[in-house]
Ligand binder design. Structure first.
Ligand code: PLP
Length: 419
């Protein structure tokens, strides 16, 4: 494959945008080579400036559960352009979207719309502090909750990919409010709550981790988190920015049947436009301004463009519940024949090929992966017309636009991989 036009654009981008990209992992630093500059997406495919095309398993890092340019979303966007793009004043469709979210995730009794997953988790943490009058938060190593200062401690995603220290640009006083524990360790949770339980405002967790690669919760782990939070008056926050409307219609909380106090969602709920939300028990959410004293605001929050795309995707998913079964089947097919020495984790339409023959259950075991071998596999797949996330520590996503033929072509390409 030829990437010469992409290479020229990267060079130009580097002169004006740090690293040439607007989000770090896009730069291909850990796998090397040139990131293709994309010109168009359609269905399961993306196309680049050099005329290459790929079956896309990044799907904009999760949002595009219906694939690129799904007609339902394009239609909704066309229609909303007739009325305007943003008013900064309330509109009826914001209520519609909030009600549709609550119908799928009843634990979100009240909901506030924001513009990104980062804003959602940042706000949820603040609300938990305001509600409890406490300062500390528990998070898990290798989980990523956006680039919130206090949550970049031992973070996954690009922080893990690039091996960036926890503290650059982050005041120690912020990092000190965070207790980072190993994912899936009930022991660590019990010890921490026994010692600091009355000071912990919130426990935030990706109920299926996706940002150290896909790592499912061990049996009993989410249950233990629920129980300990209830016992100690700590707000349990499920960060379902990735898993919401992805691992089941009602997210991981439906799949594992656990009711969190607060939830953050994003990605899928915007259909590819920037939107996210946080919400939870009415008792907690009624403390948010102007109903209560905890301040949080946004100029473009709830804008009709993003809200309409959100409504379109949620309506489509509600009308086609069979999508989740199909997504799961396709993803299982994709994961059925991994290369030798590879461990596959898969939950719903999320998957990761870890280049280790040991089980991956937390950040320590994820880091045992042979990232150099992953890099070779990544480039082999790219050259074969398959676009995977350019990092070992990311999940892949199958969309409803991926056909049987796409999956078969991907499996064939993976089988042809030689070290
Ligand atoms: C992507 C992600 C975020 C951050 O969302 P942005 O929209 O990128 O700010 C937060 N939490 C989880 C679990 C995510 O996967």
């Amino acid at each position: 494959m030829n990437f010469s036009k992409s290479a020229a654009l990267l060079e130009r981008a580097r002169q004006i945008i740090p690293g040439g990209v607007n989000s770090p992992v896009r730069a291909f630093r850990s796998v090397g080579g040139t990131p293709p500059f994309i010109t168009k997406g359609q269905g399961s495919r993306i196309y680049d400036v050099d005329g290459n095309s790929y079956i896309d398993y990044v799907c904009s890092w999760g949002p595009l559960i219906l694939g690129h340019r799904h007609p339902a979303i394009i239609r909704a966007l066309d229609n909303v352009l007739e009325i305007g793009t943003s008013f900064g004043a309330p509109t009826e469709r914001e209520i519609d979207l909030a009600e549709k979210i609550r119908a799928a995730m009843p634990s979100m009794q009240m909901i506030r719309l924001v513009n990104s997953g980062t804003e959602a988790t940042m706000s949820a943490l603040r609300v938990a502090r305001g509600f409890t009058g406490r300062d500390l938060s528990i998070k898990f190593e290798g989980c990523y909750h956006g680039h919130v200062d206090s949550l970049l401690v031992k973070a996954g995603s690009g922080v893990a990919t690039l091996g960036i220290p926890d503290t650059a640009g982050i005041p120690a006083a912020f990092a000190d409010t965070t207790i980072a524990l190993p994912f899936n360790s009930i022991d660590a949770l019990e010890t921490t709550f026994a010692r600091h339980g009355d000071k912990i405002a919130s426990l935030i967790v990706e109920p299926v981790a996706g940002n150290m690669g896909c790592v499912p919760p061990a049996p009993g782990f989410l249950e233990a988190a629920r129980e300990l939070c209830t016992k100690h008056g700590t707000v349990l926050i499920f960060d379902e920015v990735m898993t919401g409307f992805r691992v089941a219609h009602g997210g991981a909380q439906q799949r594992y049947n656990i009711v969190p106090d607060m939830t953050t969602i994003g990605k899928v709920i915007g259909g590819g436009l920037p939107i996210a939300a946080y919400g939870g028990r009415a008792e907690i959410m009624s403390k948010v301004a102007p109903a209560g004293p905890i301040y949080q605001a946004g100029t473009l929050s709830g804008n009709p463009l993003a809200v309409s795309a959100g409504i379109a995707v949620l309506d489509y998913l509600a009308a086609h519940p069979e999508i989740y079964t199909e997504l799961e089947q396709r993803t299982k097919q994709l994961c059925a024949e991994p290369p030798a020495g590879v461990t596959v984790n898969q939950v719903g339409a999320m998957f990761t090929f870890f280049f280790t023959d040991q089980p991956v259950t937390d950040y320590e075991s994820a880091k045992k992966s042979d990232t150099a071998r992953f890099g070779k596999f990544f480039h082999h797949m790219l050259e074969s017309g398959v676009y995977l996330a350019p990092s070992q520590f990311e999940a892949g996503f199958v969309s409803a636009a991926h056909t049987e033929a796409d999956i078969a072509a991907t499996v064939e390409a993976a089988n042809a991989f030689r070290d």
